[in-house]
Design a protein around this ligand. Structure first.
Ligand SMILES: CC(C)(COP(=O)(O)OP(=O)(O)OC[C@H]1O[C@@H](n2cnc3c(N)ncnc32)[C@H](O)[C@@H]1OP(=O)(O)O)[C@@H](O)C(=O)NCCC(=O)NCCS
Length: 141
């Protein structure tokens, strides 16, 4: 199957959001707002994969910023989702390779996955780190 890759714009928000239930068990009203902003923001890497019929096959988003722990500029993976019937065909690997090129062009020395599931990243050469995440809700403005 031939897969087409494109940088999504605001017109692709619905297609991107259609893939989100594959990654998140609970989706609140905030996700569409955050995704809408992310898609518009040129500081982020976004890639949408479409199958031969033009239906969404996968989506990846990430950024690039200074990382104090790693003492460098680093790529940060926000999301990578491939449609279940198209998984294990190299689409995730191809999107990750594009992201790594995008990060290298911005001077990144590595790529960080703040929250990832086991399997794919180990195969792609990532080292698993023992980190605990903390979160605190702030009062609404
Ligand atoms: C994880 C995910 C993005 C991988 O994308 P994919 O297109 O299926 O992966 P690829 O076909 O490109 O696989 C690349 C390599 O990783 C391996 N791999 C992929 N998913 C794997 C998994 N869950 N466990 C073990 N290995 C895996 C493949 O076998 C392949 O190995 P190879 O290079 O030796 O052939 C995709 O399965 C997915 O969307 N999963 C659900 C959402 C998710 O877990 N996202 C990532 C966490 S944020």
């Amino acid at each position: 199957m031939e897969i087409k890759y494109l940088t999504p714009g605001p017109g692709n928000l619905r297609e991107v959001m259609g893939l989100m239930p594959l990654l998140y068990r609970e989706i609140g009203p905030g996700l569409a707002l955050v995704m809408e902003e992310l898609i518009k923001d040129d500081a982020y890497f976004k890639l949408l994969a479409l199958d031969e019929a033009g239906a969404p096959a996968g989506f990846m988003a990430g950024g690039c910023r200074l990382e104090l722990d790693f003492e460098c500029r680093a790529g940060i993976i926000e999301d990578i989702i491939i449609r279940p019937d198209l998984q294990r065909r190299g689409i995730g690997k191809a999107m990750l390779a594009e992201f790594e090129k995008w990060c290298s062009a911005r001077g990144a020395a590595g790529v960080l996955v703040p929250c990832g599931r086991p399997g794919f990243y180990e195969k792609a050469g990532f080292e698993k780190l023992p980190v605990t995440r903390y979160w605190k809700e702030l009062p609404a403005r």
